[in-house]
Design a protein. Structure first.
Length: 234
């Protein structure tokens, strides 16, 4: 059939990418079905364009350490925690105070990848900076309480079952946002969210830019973002 021949031609003669071939296939299927009114059979005989396999672009340990040196304050702590524990960005930003255990040097990740809980080791070199961050977060929380706020979003039905838990210190975010905002999940309730992931990503990208084109290219790589999470989870 002409469609099969054309799609095979794209893969064999033109050597197009798999995404280009799939785009052409989708366009032809739409044309025949919606415009001409013909349902095309399954195109089993089409030669599929091959998806190239590429190794992820990964920063070296030295490059990551140099990148961390470009950061400071809260952004440094969050990025260091990601690198030192292998946590994903949102897992770190959603941390609650009650899930950080200094005596056992443990962090509990709630509803992480695969909607599963897990326990990770808290790096010893981050214990003092993290304790200092909790003191700052507690000061923010106390000011919010004095102003008549101080509640945070609670997962699932906990807010209904425990209506006052949202103002408890243990449920506060380890990395609270600099300002309060109206929670879109509520009916106009003003709350303090955690730090936005875009803020961390922006800081890391700016640090990479200062380090030079090579590191910036690695940070811009889609493969690096998807495949090198453990090496530099930014």
């Amino acid at each position: 059939m002409e469609v099969e021949a054309f799609l095979s031609y794209l893969a064999v003669e033109r050597n197009v990418s798999a995404s280009t071939q799939n785009q052409a296939k989708a366009a032809l299927l739409y044309l025949y079905k919606q415009i001409i009114g013909i349902d095309l059979p399954w195109l089993d005989e089409v030669v599929q364009a091959k998806t190239p396999k590429r190794l992820p672009v990964v920063l070296t340990t030295r490059e990551v350490r140099d990148l961390l040196m470009q950061l400071n304050g809260l952004m440094w702590l969050i990025a260091s925690l990601l690198y030192g524990t292998g946590m994903r960005l949102l897992e770190a930003l959603r941390l609650r105070v009650k899930d950080v255990e200094f005596e056992r040097r443990e962090i509990i990740i709630r509803e992480g990848k695969g909607n599963k809980d897990r326990i990770i080791v808290l790096p010893e070199n981050l214990m003092i900076p993290l304790q200092a961050q909790l003191q700052r977060a507690k000061s923010i929380h106390e000011r919010d309480l004095e102003a008549g706020f101080g509640g945070v979003y609670l997962p699932h039905a906990l807010a209904v079952k425990y209506p006052h838990a949202g103002k408890a210190w243990g449920w506060q975010y380890v990395f609270p946002s600099a300002s309060r905002a109206i929670d879109p999940r509520s009916d106009g309730v003003e709350r303090r969210h955690h730090v936005f992931p875009e803020s961390v990503q922006r800081a890391v990208r700016e640090g990479a830019r200062r380090m030079g084109a090579g590191v910036m290219a690695a940070m811009d790589s889609g493969d690096a973002q998807r495949g090198a999470t453990r090496a530099h989870p930014f």
